[in-house]
Design a protein around this ligand. Structure first.
Ligand code: CA
Length: 249
């Protein structure tokens, strides 16, 4: 199975800077989105440190064939956390910086997904959009406890509060899951600038309309978030799984 991928990051219409980052390394099977926080330069630094650390660590362990992809991805996320924490120690002005992270490591027709915070992974299979991650956010915890409805959570003033982020020595670690990939599956990784501006139903429509064109899907997703107000930075990575022989169709 071949992977076709594209990523796009946009400042949006309200923010002065873009504190998101993404990484696409098809050779490593690595795709990730990070949404930095901490204001101005610090948020940008945290997101970039996280995506760089993932790439470096997975490159370092690429030859260790005995390790499971999930173990390798988990180690890489912990390395990213360590680098951000070390950077905070070295640079007083970076105190309080952190970042969310959602990453997919694809190998042998499987994708291991790791996430920390409220950046999301979705899978479009056929005409159905599946959400692969559960936000580490205050509002979704309330939903899980039955104290808020999903609809109320989407409009709640505290919807941006994440309960887990890279940049803390006591970070609980990433949440890991795994999905077997099938031909024509489409993976989407995104920062919350996308899913707070447009609904899952709209995300599904756009992915379906650009099912064969990851770059077109990225442009359409970002454009839709901006048309709806573009209140946050929006970052998307779209990965299309192309089955053997699919090109001939
Ligand atoms: Ca954001």
């Amino acid at each position: 199975m071949r992977l076709l991928s594209h990523g796009l990051s946009d400042t949006g219409l309200r923010r002065e800077s873009n504190e998101d980052a993404f990484v696409i390394e098809p050779e490593l099977g690595l795709f990730a989105v990070a949404d930095g926080m901490g204001g101005h330069a610090a948020g940008e630094v945290a997101a970039q440190l996280a995506t760089d650390a993932l790439r470096d660590d997975l490159l370092r362990t690429a030859a260790s064939e005995t390790r499971e992809p999930g173990d390798r991805l988990q180690s890489a996320v912990l390395e990213a956390n360590r680098r951000i924490c070390d950077s905070i120690v070295e640079h007083e002005e970076r105190r309080g910086m952190g970042t969310t992270l959602v990453a997919a490591l694809v190998a042998n027709h499987r994708a291991v997904i790791a996430h920390v915070g409220d950046s999301r992974a979705y899978l479009l299979r056929g005409a159905t959009l599946h959400r692969l991650t559960t936000d580490h956010s205050w509002v979704l915890e309330q939903v899980r406890m039955g104290l808020l409805t999903e609809e109320a959570a989407e409009r709640h003033p505290m919807r941006n509060i994440v309960t887990r982020a890279l940049g803390s020595r006591t970070m609980a670690g990433p949440e890991l899951s795994e999905v077997r990939l099938e031909p024509d599956d489409i993976l989407l990784l995104c920062s919350d600038g996308l899913n707070t501006m447009i609904s899952d139903a709209e995300i599904r429509e756009i992915l379906l309309a650009h099912a064969r064109d990851p770059a077109g899907a990225c442009r359409a997703l970002v454009a839709a978030a901006n048309e709806r107000g573009g209140e946050d930075n929006t970052t998307v990575v779209v990965v299309r799984c192309v089955g053997e022989g699919a090109c001939a169709r």
